[in-house]
Design a binder for this molecule. Structure first.
Ligand SMILES: Cc1cc2nc3c(=O)[nH]c(=O)nc-3n(C[C@H](O)[C@H](O)[C@H](O)COP(=O)(O)OP(=O)(O)OC[C@H]3O[C@@H](n4cnc5c(N)ncnc54)[C@H](O)[C@@H]3O)c2cc1C
Length: 298
């Protein structure tokens, strides 16, 4: 079967694309490597998505998932490993399995960057984490550190402060680049100690992380280091297509089409200014309606 549209990744961007495409009456297939809802499954509270004053990320993910289920969207839990373009038909490979479509929307999002420290990989799951919502509860009553200065770092430090004994918030500059409202909330938490102009240089421990060393030689005894120092898009599988910039972000036009006709990209995987749920869902809708228009034109 040749689908009108294959959507790769079912986070907010891909789910929104699926809702609009399905309601437009075209034949679609969603391919998701982990769980529908994407990053929402791994984040804490969302306070800036219209219609919800305050909603937990996993709850919002579940509501989005229910919406595509109720609509009867066909999807499979499969990781896409390659895309091949043969004229108007695009082949989407999931290891040995291959699916065909006239159009593709890539909505694969992005992942947290590693700090790049020696031993970092060794301590993943044993004292180094990239997801406070997933792992925070493991460190109840303990001391932890968070590295970063953007919205994600501050949100997660605030989240952890309600669970753990103490949070060291380490930032390499002398002011945060996060939204002011979030930064102001830090003042309300008396168990967050902010360390400006510092970086982490060493991770120390036998089996599990026991302490971290900062660039001024200071040692902090922490059970976990949560890092939020930037992101990299999930776009390795696109390397043959030359549609990304040097950092791997997908380049698109105003309709979210890449330089290849019929291949669109939306959400956190694209090069853009604002990486939020509201922008991801908007882009998914625009791209899906563009595809539906193309399909109906024939
Ligand atoms: C800690 C944190 C807090 C945040 N808080 C907020 C907030 O309060 N408000 C807000 O608006 N935004 C927030 N965001 C940002 C928001 O989560 C993202 O902007 C949004 O999830 C992007 O949606 P997306 O669909 O583009 O990507 P994602 O949500 O990342 O979904 C991408 C999906 O693609 C799948 N995928 C990846 N590669 C493949 C592949 N090869 N094959 C198949 N599937 C694949 C992934 O498994 C994933 O499910 C936060 C982000 C973080 C990290």
């Amino acid at each position: 079967m040749i689908y009108d549209l294959i959507i790769i990744g079912l986070g907010p961007a891909g789910i929104s694309a699926a809702i609009y495409a399905k309601r437009a009456g075209i034949k679609i297939l969603g391919l998701e490597s982990e769980a529908p809802g994407g990053l929402l499954n791994k984040i804490n509270a969302v306070d800036n998505y219209p219609g919800y004053k305050h909603v937990m990320g996993p709850d919002l993910a579940f509501q989005m998932y229910e919406q595509i289920n109720d609509l009867g969207v066909e999807y499979k839990i499969k990781k896409v490993t390659n895309i091949e373009v043969n004229g108007d038909i695009k082949k989407v490979y999931c290891n040995e399995e291959v699916f065909e479509a006239k159009n593709i929307i890539i909505a694969t999002g992005r992942k947290a960057k590693k700090l790049g420290l020696k031993n970092e990989n060794k301590f993943v799951g044993k004292g180094v984490s990239y997801c406070a919502t997933c792992d925070g509860a493991l460190y109840k009553g303990k001391d932890v550190a968070v590295v970063g200065g953007g919205n994600s770092a501050i949100e997660e430090a605030l989240y952890l402060a309600n669970i753990v004994n103490k949070v060291y918030l380490i930032h390499r500059r002398d002011e945060f680049r996060a939204e002011q409202e979030l930064v102001d909330n830090l003042k309300d938490m008396n168990n967050i100690e902010i360390l400006y102009n510092r970086t982490v240089t060493e991770l120390v421990g036998e089996e599990n992380l026991e302490k971290i060393v900062l660039d001024d030689g200071k040692e902090l005894e922490v059970s976990c280091l949560f890092t939020y120092v930037g992101y990299e898009p999930y776009s390795d599988f696109l390397s043959d297509l030359s549609i990304t910039d040097e950092k791997g972000y997908i380049k698109v036009d105003e309709n979210y089409q890449t330089s290849i006709k019929g291949i669109y990209a939306v959400g956190d995987a694209i090069l853009k200014k604002v990486y939020q749920i509201v922008t991801a869902t908007s882009e998914g809708a625009i791209a899906a309606l563009e595809v539906a228009k193309r399909v109906k034109k024939g």
